[in-house]
Write a protein that binds this ligand. Structure first.
Ligand SMILES: NC(=O)c1ccc[n+]([C@@H]2O[C@H](COP(=O)([O-])OP(=O)(O)OC[C@H]3O[C@@H](n4cnc5c(N)ncnc54)[C@H](OP(=O)(O)O)[C@@H]3O)[C@@H](O)[C@H]2O)c1
Length: 512
């Protein structure tokens, strides 16, 4: 029987669902603003539903959808039902049990008066359901409403109506956390008017993916990798998050954002920090976030060095044998838009561990396939005794952390090919989550919602990290967005390729 260590105890692989969730969750009311929207309908509500099925929600719990749309409670529930039943088939009795915990409250985000009504509504619900005054607010609304809602929650007195010692109140904020350093500070100021940093959970759902969480285990729970994890043995690191889809129907958002704000300020920099940070003293949220902050502070500012930044925008092309439109042909995109949909950024980290090791971070839309992976490319052996025999260089080791479509880890190394002649061949050692674990696992949104309920900040951004990330990227964004030859700096690439030709050779190397 295969075994794992869970909380210091050896347990059979069959029983690893002990790792799945935590027990003794505090009862609470989960309030989702923007409950009529895309994120709430497609991600949050199905995640809460699966959590309910997997016993990862507290009991009692009440889930209150809030938005301007005039749904009745039953209209709201039947809308949610459609999405939830796509992701799990349950009996009608199970669905009724879950849906009896769903409520809908119509409000205007900018009306303090409706928030006072919400306060009374939540007070009654808390009494009826015995949720002990614990409140989780999720802002699944467009970013310009984050401050408005947070301030109205505070002004209306919702957060003060339950005793502080025995109950908690938390605020979940989705990315983007501002659009540059200045706006992120403004947003933070308004959130802090009524919420402390401990009460704020800034979501980066990438961090909740198993392989991403596993980076720290791989590095710091094994003795064999860390001694090699530095400039002496690593040639370069490549991190790619490639998407096949275009901007869907989100031109309004994407035109203002572009790939650097959409992907680099958050997900890509988080992946970089997990790979490059120093070991924290404890596996504890603030110790880990301290090390990430130190790492962000060690990144060398961009200053236009050759090949440091390659930006692109997709033209029409073919994906999976189907023609797809170019960025300019997407609904809502300006004809002369210079918004980048692709970026390759070369990061340099100024510390002893990483001096001279480039980190290539790549993300783009309408690329050949959807794939997210981290490649640790080791250096070649310092001296090859096989060179004369083989008349070739020895392929260097490579460690690949796959995040999508497969979650797993692959280490490639050289072996002798069977036969009389001396020939080397590259072999892989593979670990696949899908193959090694057949049980139920938590999807990214389930994990982050669970952590918010538990109050664990490990997978969430702290404001100082957000500001450091913006300090690094804001000058780059300003220079890209205001330089005179902006159009010449933006390379086009056909949809379905690996990006602009200036970058595609390198991208193919890390994706192959
Ligand atoms: N969708 C995703 O997959 C995803 C992923 C990561 C992060 N996010 C972030 O999560 C947040 C919500 O995303 P979403 O895609 O769910 O947004 P959305 O569907 O555009 O908006 C959510 C709800 O907010 C209300 N709303 C929209 N525009 C408004 C406006 N101009 N004024 C007042 N209310 C407005 C609408 O509800 P009512 O009209 O009924 O009030 C809408 O149903 C955004 O900040 C987004 O950046 C989304």
């Amino acid at each position: 029987m295969e075994q794992l260590i869970v909380d210091g105890k050896v347990c059979d692989l069959e029983n690893v669902c002990d790792c799945l969730t935590v027990t003794d969750l505090d009862p609470c009311i989960i309030v989702i603003f923007g409950a009529s929207g895309d994120l709430a309908t497609r991600k949050l509500m199905p995640a809460l539903f699966r959590m309910w099925i997997n016993n990862s929600l507290p009991d009692p719990v009440a889930i209150v959808g809030c938005a301007r749309t005039a749904f009745s409670r039953s209209e709201f529930i039947s809308r949610i039902k459609k999405e939830c039943l796509i992701c799990a088939s349950v009996s009608e009795a199970q669905w009724l049990e879950f849906s009896s915990r769903l409520y809908y409250f119509r409000l205007e985000y900018d009306s303090e008066q409706t928030f006072v009504q919400l306060k009374n509504y939540l007070k009654d619900l808390d009494r009826e359901k015995d949720t002990q005054g614990n409140l989780l607010f999720d802002l699944a609304v467009p970013p310009h409403l984050y401050s408005v809602i947070a301030e109205n929650i505070g002004q209306s007195g919702i957060t003060r109506q339950f005793p502080k010692e025995s109950s908690w109140c938390r605020l979940v904020v989705e990315k983007p956390f501002g659009s540059d350093l200045h706006t992120s500070r403004e947003l933070d100021k308004s959130l802090h008017l009524h919420f402390t940093e401990q009460q704020i959970f800034r979501i980066d759902h990438y961090l909740a993916k198993e392989t991403v969480q596993n980076i720290l285990m791989l590095r710091f729970a094994n003795a064999i990798f860390e001694p090699l994890w530095n400039r002496s043995y690593i040639d370069y690191v490549g991190i790619i998050a490639a998407e096949k889809i275009g901007i869907e129907n989100r031109a309004g958002y994407y035109e203002k954002s572009g790939v650097i704000r959409d992907m680099f300020q958050n997900h890509m920099l988080q992946l970089l920090s997990l790979i490059a940070m120093e070991p924290p003293s404890h596996f504890e949220a603030d110790r880990v976030r301290d090390e990430k902050l130190k790492l962000f502070r060690s990144i060398r500012p961009f200053n236009g060095r050759n090949g440091e930044v390659i930006l692109g925008q997709y033209e029409s092309g073919t994906i999976d044998s189907k023609p797809v439109p170019g960025y300019h042909e997407e609904n809502g995109v300006a004809n002369d838009s210079l918004t980048p949909t692709f970026a390759l950024l070369r990061f340099s980290i100024d510390n002893w561990r990483w001096q001279g090791v480039p980190f290539y971070l790549v993300s783009g839309k309408r690329l050949k396939r959807k794939e997210t992976r981290i490649v640790i490319q080791f250096k070649e052996v310092p001296h090859s005794l096989f060179r004369d025999v083989l008349n070739e260089s020895v392929v260097a080791n490579r460690l690949i952390l796959s995040i999508y479509p497969e979650e797993g880890i692959t280490l490639s190394f050289q072996t002798k090919s069977p036969g009389a002649k001396v020939c080397l061949r590259t072999m892989n050692m593979n670990f696949s989550y899908q193959e090694s674990y057949k049980g139920v696992s938590l999807e990214a949104y389930e994990k982050v919602l669970l952590d918010c309920i538990v109050g664990d900040h490990m997978l969430f951004w702290r404001q100082d990290g957000v500001e450091e990330a913006w300090s690094l990227l804001t000058p780059l964004l300003h220079s890209c967005e205001s330089c005179e030859n902006r159009a010449q700096q933006l390379y086009s690439y056909p949809a379905g390729s690996w990006g602009p030709s200036a970058a595609s050779e390198f991208v193919e190397k890390i994706i192959s």
